[in-house]
Write a protein that binds this ligand. Sequence first.
Ligand code: HEC
Length: 159
Amino acid sequence: MKKIILLIFSASLLILASCGSENNSETTSRNPDDAKQKMAEKLGLTVFELENGIGPIKEKIQLSGIDEIKAASGEEIFVAKCAQCHKLDERYTGPALRGVTETRSPEYILNMILNPEEMTKRHPEARKMLAMYANQMTFQNVTKDDARALLEYLRKESK
Ligand code: HEC
């Protein structure tokens, strides 16, 4: 009798142990991309949009060393079209922009410049910014090339 009880006891221990390890391996082997995918779906976005913003830039871009000529033209555009709301080192109507290339992907920055209204409506990060700054960034009639030059200027100033 004792033997049978012991048998049942150890068998149930075994079952319990195997259940536990099954659960563990399930959580550790779960693809982290799945979580991102779910989060994006919940927000009605693609994973690319969640990571790189919503707008005309739909693919990763190639970046190399700073192009000084592009950065200089970006600075001129910045003074003409962005400086009324942005400074590099201080919060103004909008956030300080030095270092933005550390916190946002290049594609996110381009989409923010080219499509700010949709970004602040649909992207969770841009929505947070809108809530924080209580001001809507507006499209400044810039071309994709202008936006690329602005990015180069921001990259240069963020170094
Ligand atoms: C009318 C004021 C205004 C103008 C003009 C403006 N911005 Fe903005 N910008 C903002 C505000 C405010 C935010 C925060 C998001 C929001 O509330 O719309 C912002 C956000 C941003 C962000 C996102 C920063 C981050 O950390 O996510 C970038 C990048 C940016 N602006 C770049 C530019 C550039 C480049 C220009 C010029 C083409 C420009 N902005 C023109 C007001 C402005």
